[in-house]
Design a protein around this ligand. Sequence first.
Ligand SMILES: C[S@@+](CC[C@H](N)C(=O)[O-])C[C@H]1O[C@@H](n2cnc3c(N)ncnc32)[C@H](O)[C@@H]1O
Length: 205
Amino acid sequence: MSDTTNKIIQRYNRLAPYFDALEVVIEGFIFSRWRKRLWAKAQGEHILEVGVGTGKNFRFYPKDARITAIDFSPGMLARAQHKRAHKQLNVHLDLMDVERLYYADNSFDTVVASFVFCSVPLPRKGLRELFRVCKPGGQVILLEHVLSSRPLLAWLMRLFNPVVVKLFGANIDRETLKNVQACGFSQVLVDSYSGDILKLIQAIK
Ligand SMILES: C[S@@+](CC[C@H](N)C(=O)[O-])C[C@H]1O[C@@H](n2cnc3c(N)ncnc32)[C@H](O)[C@@H]1O
């Protein structure tokens, strides 16, 4: 495991006890609406969620799907395990790095990630893994904040990125749409309600 990966894991382990509380306002006003929109697009019998975190997407999981979810932070995963028990949810949780998934090629109908590729150390490596484990004709759906297309704002985001990474382990200068487009999907769509920074991306294999 690289030093960078280890550092990010440690940051999320430290953040885990406060994570839900830290995001409670933005979750209520913005994120939960987008999560609902994301999960409305999920299809198929077997779904993988990567970077499950504390399990904030649990309440949006489709009732009839078989769901597997992974995270590389034991602290975050422990929170998700606790929530799973509390909600009596049938989701399989694994401690795993998205850059090295243990699953076979073409395993999942839909692969989902929300606010994950801002902190994956090697995002294209992780995205290529999502492509690999997704079935042909299946889809990868991502809800992510990305670098602004406005030059001044993009400059500021790049300037403050090191501070944000240090505090939260998340990058605010990621070009996730470009990264997805570079990973071989047959079609990459951006939800029309997406803004300049918050994007809901649907990539078809
Ligand atoms: C900002 S949190 C988002 C959590 C959750 N998806 C949500 O929407 O609330 C990012 C999560 O991605 C996980 N993560 C980041 N890089 C990862 C990687 N390479 N492999 C697995 N999990 C990763 C972190 O441990 C953390 O739990």
